[in-house]
Design a protein around this ligand. Structure first.
Ligand code: NAP
Length: 313
């Protein structure tokens, strides 16, 4: 067993984890940052970001991520990519946490942890979906909606998010289809009424997408009506999937407070219900999940943690 002792382990290198790393480094903390996949998180799946302060031209999720990583690297932060923390074992009497790396002999023994593991949009898992994510399929209307000015888009789902985002998309698109698997929406009545009264929105009831079609970019979708069993294809420029989010909180959910949807509950310093554990970004119960708020969460957590380790907070 290779024991690695640190003051802090940051789990996840999306915007929240990288924001925490920047502030932890500048604060002189002894820490490691690990990432299950490649550093960057969900924004690497976003074609263009137009709402990150300071970037008035469109910037791709990939390029924005690269600038975050470069900034951290210049300060001497090394991100351990493809390092998956499989379990965390709190040792309350010693105020330590043992974090076991999956498929490895590495064991982190740390005084504190920043959970920056993000959330994963639930996917439809139908044919062609994987290939079109980032090329016509999006999970973020705030990020990508403006790219569909005067185009035809579809939103999948019937919950609050789907209806709210469909309404938002009408600011850009000339037509927004809501594709919902049942004959009534799950969304609250006020949102339903707004959708019903919006001329640009058409709801395809009892319908599911069976396939995403197109050479490089998305061109068509195959739709099945679940009531009469009929299948047809529809030309479409973009599809936004809103069939729920799953916070990546599995490694901590048994021993820290989470909300009904599995998001980790924190206070304003990003402290969870267990001393020494902080949560930032999309895994956290928060009213806004954007790159700018994730980076800010990371900065708050690392600063608060620095004070905590020095006995000041
Ligand atoms: P949600 O409430 O879980 O709704 C997900 C929607 O996707 C449902 O309509 C569901 O259909 C549909 N769906 C799920 N799996 C599907 C599949 N495989 N294929 C096709 N459709 C599928 O998720 P959400 O809308 O993201 O909301 C999450 C929580 O945040 C909710 O508690 C919501 O109230 C809250 N929220 C609140 C606001 C607000 O207050 N303004 C805004 C956004 C979200 P069924 O209806 O048939 O199950």
């Amino acid at each position: 067993m290779n024991k690695i002792q640190k003051d802090l382990l940051i789990i996840g290198a999306g915007p929240a984890g990288l924001g925490a790393a920047l502030y932890a480094k500048r604060g002189g903390l002894d820490f490691s940052i690990v990432e299950k996949y490649m550093a960057g998180g969900q924004i690497t799946n976003t074609e263009f970001i137009e709402n990150y302060l300071g970037f008035k031209e469109e910037v791709s999720g990939f390029d924005l991520t690269k600038s975050f990583i470069d900034h951290c690297n210049v300060l001497g932060v090394n991100i351990d990519d493809y390092t998956d923390i499989g379990s965390i074992e709190p040792e309350k009497e010693k105020n330590l946490f043992k974090c076991k790396v999956l498929d490895s002999e590495d064991l982190y023994i740390v005084k504190s942890i920043i959970i920056a593991t993000g959330a994963s949009p639930k996917k439809l898992h139908v044919k062609g979906e994987k290939e079109k994510i980032g090329s016509g399929i999006s999970f973020c209307a705030t990020c990508d909606g403006a790219l569909y000015k005067d185009k035809e888009v579809a939103v999948v789902g019937g919950g609050d998010t789907a209806v709210e985002e469909a309404l938002f998309l009408t600011k850009f698109a000339k037509k927004v289809y809501i594709i919902h698997r049942r004959d009534e929406l799950r969304a609250v009545e006020i949102l339903q009424n707004r959708a019903f009264n919006n001329d640009k929105i058409e709801i395809l009831w009892d319908s599911v997408i069976k396939e995403f079609i197109g050479d490089e970019k998305l061109e068509k979708i195959s739709i099945k009506n679940l009531k009469d069993g009929k299948k047809y294809t529809k030309n479409i420029d973009g599809v936004f999937e809103y069939v729920g989010y799953k916070p990546n909180s599995d490694i901590v959910k048994d021993w820290i407070n989470i909300d009904d949807n599995g998001f980790v509950i924190t206070d304003e310093y990003m402290r969870t219900s267990l001393e020494g554990i902080y949560a930032v970004g999309d895994v956290r119960a928060t009213p806004l999940r954007q790159v700018i708020t994730a980076v800010s969460d990371g900065a708050i957590a690392a600063t608060a943690l620095d004070k905590h380790l020095r006995g000041l907070l």
